[in-house]
Design a protein. Sequence first.
Length: 621
Amino acid sequence: MKKLIAAISGLVLGALASTVIFADFNDNKNTNQAGTATNAQKVYVPFGQKDEYYLFASGGHSGQMFIYGVPSMRHIRTIPVFSHDSATGYGWDKHSKKMLGKYTWGDLHHPALSEKGGEYDGKYLFATDVGNNRAAVMDLKTFTVKDILEVPNTGGPHCAAFVTQNTEYMFLPTRFAIPFGHKFASLDDFKTKYKGVMSAVTFDEKKQKLSVAYQVALPPWSFDLSDAGKKISKDWAVMTTYNTEEATTEMEINASQKDRDYIVLFNWKELEKMIADGKFDMVNGMKMLDPSKHKGAIYLVPTAKSPHGVDVTPDGTRFIASGKLAPAMTVFSFEKAFRAIKDKKFAGEQEGIPVLDYDSVMEREVNPENALGPLHTQFDGNGFAYTTMFISSEIVKWNIKTGETVDRVPVQYSPGHASAAEGDTVSPDGKYIIALNKIAKDTYLSVGPSHPESMQLIDLSGKKMEIIQSAPVDPEPHYAQMIKADKIKPIVVYDKDEKRPDSVWNQKDTSITRKGNVVEVHGVALRSKFIFDGKAARKDVINVKEGDKVVIHLTNIDLDQDITHGFGINSYDLNMEVQPGQTQTIEFTANKAGTYPLYCTNFCSALHQEMNGYLLVEPKG
Ligand code: RUQ
Ligand code: CUA
């Protein structure tokens, strides 16, 4: 068996390294059934009606979040999260500029909806940034980012965000081992100086702030994907790890040597207690727990080599690991794991962390015939699991209890994740699953050598899985979550009565004041003009002196649905958006003397083209 897995792993490894494999495994390209008339009906959402689900798809290295409607698969909006976005002025107004800080890009991998009792509650959406080690929270009343937190001691939190069942925590384990604080250390000291830090991040709803509760200094391995437990396993979480070889170069070969890597199984309630008992050292301002010193919360479960995804079943009884270099999914039982921990069924230790005996935790290995490259598993709530097969380009449906393959559908091509309706909750809807395909190839009109990624909507309601729609998506939908649309309650306009110190609601209350070299503007935007100083002869002009610090507060006093104004300053590289009832602030130094038109960048009325004014910067001296 070991030999067989090794042989197949070799084959899979070869396949992963070559693109030729797609041609070999994807001669099924005409099986996309999305073109039939009955399927067109299933995805048709007539005017006046809305989609049944929101899909929040990660925008990968665009740093953004894409919102789609399901089943139409129409792209509705993009929320900028970790990158600047001139469409919304994100990164220029004071609040977003402060949140983005010194960074201009991000790599957003896994969105996570907030949960209550294991159900999506439709309130918040979390995401993490592999590129610059950040976590973000979006408010789903406004679909805007409320807070961004940079997490110290972390080298690419890929395996997040997955929230615990009452949104107590999201865990951010690191993908790249680094010395604490990105300090310099020779790679010869990898074993001693490098760490794979996992962070427990909390969200304070009242303060609308994210913070790190504690960190755990794990061995210098790569942590890949994680999932939180549910119901009987609600105090636990699991994550996959690879490069337990601790390779420091040529990872493709050197990180794939061992037949087994691990699932890290940890009890976050126990970790919480240890931290409360003072079992930590302070490292760069973080409470850091060393699991080799403080035992009893973290265990290793051996699993097939180089695992990628790990997913907890909706009833919380099992976790399923998928090995990208193994042909099998492995089903583990939480109950068996709890028993093995109680009975101390350990097969030794690794870096001071107890390793559980594989057979004492494993329930079954599932090997669908010729299925290669299992990555991620989703659920329908009816006892079935759906695993994406990256290399054989398909989704395999199988019975969780028996391991039996029930159905399979080819997708175009090479799916990474899949996203099922309400898929990460304790009660998935079982209606749809979307394959998030890494390669689109010949699916859409060609746009040159680089193509979009592709999402395929699969209907799960019939006996056979059926692809009923496909939609291109910008790079790169690592993961997506699909939530019932009626759970989300967006506001229509910002509340006028909400206390905001810098808002002005009357044209006559607008003002431009100077204190030293700081010029502060309290202005309004309305169809179709700006008023910065209601008492001035030219109300839509801002006069400053070269070198002044300029602070402009702008309130959109149009309290009508969807009347958004923009505010761009020509040649000053500044732009922001002000939504109905919203007050936004922009700050800059007027370091260029001259005459600069300012204008509304968002088409708002028949006289939108007239909605402009001037910034006059008088030269020094
Ligand atoms: S990963 S294709 Cu960034 Cu979630 Cu598995
Ligand atoms: Cu306001 Cu265009």
